[in-house]
Design a protein around this ligand. Structure first.
Ligand SMILES: *[C@@H]1O[C@H](CO)[C@@H](O)[C@H](O)[C@H]1NC(C)=O
Ligand SMILES: *[C@@H]1O[C@H](CO)[C@@H](O)[C@H](O)[C@H]1NC(C)=O
Length: 361
């Protein structure tokens, strides 16, 4: 019960942070850590990476109509949330020089193929794992210090908002690949424990670097993404995968509650989109979509499932929840971002106080 109550407060903290940020006089500085769901072009700069999307038909519905390195036909959820907060979507870390004043306005470190674990996605050859992304943030902080001084840099890092979304590749491009070592070595309970041990260390490292307001975006129902459905007998969702994901989400929430109680001033919250995405998949018509069991881009899941220049597209991209075998369409990202932003708690959200310490965890 204590844990459940604390998790409800985690959600309220998230909404309260959105409200506080949306109404603050100066725009928030945001740092984004993640994978292909939030990459805005870092992998374009990794010569050898096989996890790239800087070619047509990616970006066909983006404002420029051009590919940018986003794994979507248009915007990411992060782009849409940034717009709601009244800020530009932060630029990719690898596009910036550390001399650039833009580093004071927020940076996106997300990299397609990345996971919580180092070994995740190794067959993409190059990517920035979560540890690499934190190391990049550490370098950024040094650069910020030399620009504005130690005290102001510390203050900037304490006040900034950190969006973190990782874990999907630890499943899709690691644990769910039966030929890989982690799939063979671990039961799911042990694998989740391995992930939580790593994540605990990573969130604490961010805290030591000055991060206080962190939002962890949980996983959606990965068992229902097109790349997983094709492994079933008749195109249905893989229930065991959805159970893994729900276990992961629940363990992350416990970890965040525990860190809030142990780390002074920490305000970690959990953004839960599992039910929203599941509802989009089960009831696409409620949201103006027609198809949720396959992707708009006719991808070949046996060779990766990305939307290649020679792939055929559906006739109406707005009809599909999924763009390629892994990623929601621009239209679906809009629905998910809207729902994350407009929780019914929003009217009675408490001031952005730290969640009270649970009695036992
Ligand atoms: C990843 O590798 C680095 C360097 O070897 C190591 O310091 C770090 O602990 C590893 N991270 C994880 C999550 O295993
Ligand atoms: C998607 O669902 C429709 C309608 O239920 C079905 O006809 C079609 O075969 C399914 N497609 C896939 C790829 O499973």
């Amino acid at each position: 019960m204590a844990v459940f109550g604390a998790i409800v407060i985690l959600t309220q903290t998230l909404i309260a942070s959105f409200i506080a940020i949306a109404s603050a006089s100066s725009p928030p500085v945001t740092f984004v850590f993640g994978d292909s769901l939030t990459d805005v072009g870092n992998n374009n700069h990794l010569q050898l990476s096989l996890a790239k999307s800087n070619y047509p038909w990616y970006g066909i519905d983006y404002k420029t109509g051009q590919p940018t390195g986003r794994f979507s036909n248009g915007r990411t959820i992060g782009d849409i949330i940034s717009a709601k907060l009244g800020i530009e979507s932060p630029p990719p870390y690898l596009s910036l020089s550390m001399d650039d004043d833009a580093i004071l306005q927020g940076i996106n470190y997300a990299s397609g193929g990345a996971g919580i674990l180092n070994e995740t996605g190794f067959y993409f050859i190059e990517k920035l794992s979560f540890d690499d992304q934190i190391t990049s943030f550490e370098k950024t902080k040094e650069a910020i210090k030399s620009k504005i001084g130690e005290k102001a840099a510390e203050n900037l890092c304490n006040q900034a908002l950190y969006f973190i979304g990782l874990g999907a590749n630890d499943y899709v491009n690691n644990y769910l690949q039966p030929f890989l070592a982690d799939a063979q070595a671990y039961t799911h309970d042990d694998f989740v424990e391995l992930l939580m041990t790593a994540l605990n260390g990573q969130l604490r490292r961010l805290y030591r670097l000055g991060a206080r307001k962190m939002v962890f975006h949980g996983l959606g129902p990965l068992g229902c993404i097109p790349s997983q459905r094709v492994k079933s007998d008749s195109g249905q969702c893989l229930e065991n995968v959805n159970q893994y994901v729900q276990e992961f989400n629940s363990q992350v929430q416990k970890l965040l509650v525990s860190l809030n109680s142990k780390l002074p001033g920490a305000q970690l919250s959990f953004a839960d989109s599992y039910n929203i995405v599941m509802d989009l998949i089960v009831n696409p018509h409620h949201y103006g979509f027609k198809i949720s069991n396959t992707s708009c881009c006719n991808v070949d899941t046996s060779i990766g499932g990305l939307c290649l220049p020679n792939s055929n597209l559906c006739s109406n991209r707005r009809d599909y929840v999924f763009w390629d075998a892994f990623h929601p369409s621009d239209a679906a990202n809009q629905v998910i971002a809207d729902q994350l932003f407009s929780d019914p708690h929003i009217q009675q959200a408490p001031s952005p106080a730290r969640a009270p310490a649970p009695s036992h965890i």
